[in-house]
Design a binder for this molecule. Structure first.
Ligand code: ADP
Length: 216
């Protein structure tokens, strides 16, 4: 199964992608995570990418396309993948479509998690992650089972993403509506779009996605 997850920052793409990974046994290709890894490598290019990400702007289409294309060529993607946070511009959508067509790979669906902006700001502002494994938590919506200890790796250090602050957040939302939301029409016209209410509990959203995609 080849899926695209669409939705503004904080809409739950990452959370739902992780659940789909477990269900379908296909990898999650998150361009945000790929770019954060490039940043932590500490190269000059990484430093440049970090400045863009911290401000909430988009990294250039060429950089992101190259990273995704490379990743899709890896053997673990042969049976499918979940694109999380990509494509984010019409240029990226056209580029990935052309690349997949050359490989005779058909996209199954683009799932839009539709949400309300005010709730997004709250979700993002309370979000933090384990410094060791990256598991994401929220101050009120998703606390670790044991306070101060990561459920997944037992790490005890946590961090906020540098771009999860009010200023970068408002820029990310602005960019989402300008650059990414046109993709909703793009995939609708291709009869690939599934619109899901992303405001429910993660389990409810998960079920709605499963129903829309006819998976267990
Ligand atoms: P969120 O969905 O919460 O905004 P992501 O982890 O998907 O978080 O993205 C974080 C940042 O990484 C974006 O604000 C942007 O700077 C960069 N980024 C991620 N994906 C893309 C992409 N497809 N194209 C350009 N920049 C991207």
């Amino acid at each position: 199964m080849r899926l695209i997850l669409l939705g503004p920052p904080g809409s739950g793409k990452g959370t739902q992608a992780e659940r789909l990974v477990l269900k379908k046994n296909i990898p999650q290709l998150s361009t945000g995570n790929m770019l954060r890894s490039a940043v932590s490598a500490g190269t000059e290019v990484g430093q440049h990418i970090k400045t863009i990400m911290d401000s909430g702007d988009l990294v250039s289409d060429d950089v992101v396309n190259a990273a995704v294309f490379d990743r899709i060529d890896q053997p673990d993607c042969v049976n499918g993948f979940i694109l999380d946070g990509y494509p984010r511009t019409l240029v990226q959508a056209a580029a990935v479509e052309e690349m997949l067509a050359k490989k005779n790979i058909i996209l199954d669906a683009a799932v839009e998690l539709s949400v309300d902006d005010n709730a997004m700001v709250e979700r993002i502002e309370g979000r933090y992650a384990c410094s060791s494994c990256g598991e994401v938590y929220h101050e009120t919506l998703k606390k670790p089972r044991i306070r101060g200890v990561c459920d997944k790796c037992r790490g005890v250090n946590f961090k906020h993403r540098p771009d999860d602050n009010a200023k970068a957040m408002s820029r990310r939302l602005q960019i989402y509506y300008k650059e990414t939301s046109p993709l909703i029409g793009y995939y609708y016209a291709k009869k690939k779009l599934k619109i899901i209410d992303g405001m429910g509990e993660p389990d409810t959203v998960e079920k709605e996605i499963a129903n829309a995609l006819h998976i267990q």
